[in-house]
Design a protein around this ligand. Structure first.
Ligand code: PHE
Length: 337
């Protein structure tokens, strides 16, 4: 029996050296399994004389207790160590350039936004940002759209309490820039905008890019605007495109125009995309209305502004016919860019 006990004590020493769950389990079986050393030692108690039985039984019991405690401690130690190794191994390195063989040039909308921003930043326009949740003053009032102005109807949006709303265009950033910047101003901004619209060419959330130039004096005219936008549109769609300015209306610009480019799908012959007109509208623009300057307390200044839908430009440039595909994160579509 003493030999048996020595074997058990030996196994208990081994327990401290075990490093993995498999060895731990085989040690457990070798000690307290059906044919384990401790199990057998208990069975052999019947062969021992009465006098020493009690003492030996207590000794084996103690060994069993020690084993159970050490076993539990060891199990926890190994589990923690394995978890640590797994966490290290499975760590996602989001800075990795290439995951699973995919490369990305960015979402088509981001590509278009970057193209637009690059053009204007090179011409010394500063890039401004504004809140997506706007107040009525910045989104409408200051842009010459007082309450109940019919032009608000085209820009129905999502309202919060206290006349806060999701901005319907990037134009409120014009107002904020004029309120906080020194003249002269040359700014652009790009970002999400929201309207109550949903079909193949409209989404409740879409993106605009907006530009504004303001200088003191009355020398900024429609000619400046025309020059820069003509060049910009050719930069986006290529030199072979024809550009035309069509008279239009925006409450915050006077005179106002929409810029059309000759249809790139039918080379201006007339097709479904251009509704057989040969032209496609790409942006809105105009000379800033005096009421807008009045709203921000500017006097003796002149300026022009323009705004465009990033989705629309992207669809036309790369021939995408359903705007919803931009938001479906379908890799088969995104991979083509
Ligand atoms: N904010 C106008 C729109 O969303 C676009 C625009 C911007 C027109 C600036 C003129 C000048 O339709």
């Amino acid at each position: 029996m003493q030999q048996q006990i020595a074997l058990i004590e030996d196994s208990l020493k081994q327990l401290h050296m075990v490093q993995d769950k498999e060895s731990l389990e085989s040690l457990r079986i070798s000690l307290i399994g059906k044919k384990g050393l401790i199990t057998q030692a208990f069975a052999q108690l019947t062969n021992i004389d009465k006098d020493s039985k009690k003492q030996v039984a207590a000794q084996i019991n103690q060994l069993r207790k020690t084993f159970e405690q050490d076993f539990a401690r060891k199990k926890e130690e190994i589990t923690l160590k394995e978890l640590e190794i797994r966490l290290k191994k499975e760590k996602i390195d989001s800075s990795l350039f290439r995951a699973n063989g995919f490369t990305s040039n960015g979402h088509p909308l981001s590509q278009m936004r970057d193209m637009i921003v690059d053009y204007f930043v090179e011409l010394n326009f500063s890039l401004q940002d504004g809140p997506l949740i706007e107040d009525d003053f910045h989104n409408f009032e200051a842009l010459n759209m007082p309450k109940f102005h019919p032009a608000r109807n085209m820009q129905d949006t999502f309202y919060f309490r206290d006349s806060m709303l999701l901005r319907t265009h990037t134009s409120p950033t014009q107002i904020r820039t004029m309120q906080t910047s020194e003249l002269p101003i040359r700014m652009i901004c790009a970002g999400p905008t929201f309207r109550r619209d949903y079909d193949v060419t409209h989404s409740p959330m879409f993106h605009q890019c907006e530009g504004l130039v303001v200088e003191s004096g009355d020398h900024i005219s429609f000619a400046h605007l025309k020059h820069i936008l003509e060049d910009f549109v050719k930069y986006i769609f290529g030199e072979n495109i024809n550009v035309r300015f069509r008279s239009s209306f925006f409450p915050f610009t006077e005179p106002s125009a929409e810029v059309d480019v000759s249809c790139m799908f039918c080379e201006a012959k007339g097709c479904k995309v251009c509704s057989h007109t040969g032209y496609l509208e790409v942006l809105g623009c105009g000379v800033v209305d005096g009421n807008v300057f009045k709203a921000v307390g500017l006097e003796g200044v002149s300026g022009y502004a323009f705004g465009m839908g990033i989705e629309r430009l992207t669809m036309l440039k790369w021939g995408i016919n359903d705007l919803r595909s931009f938001y479906e994160t379908d890799l088969r579509i995104l991979e083509q860019f």
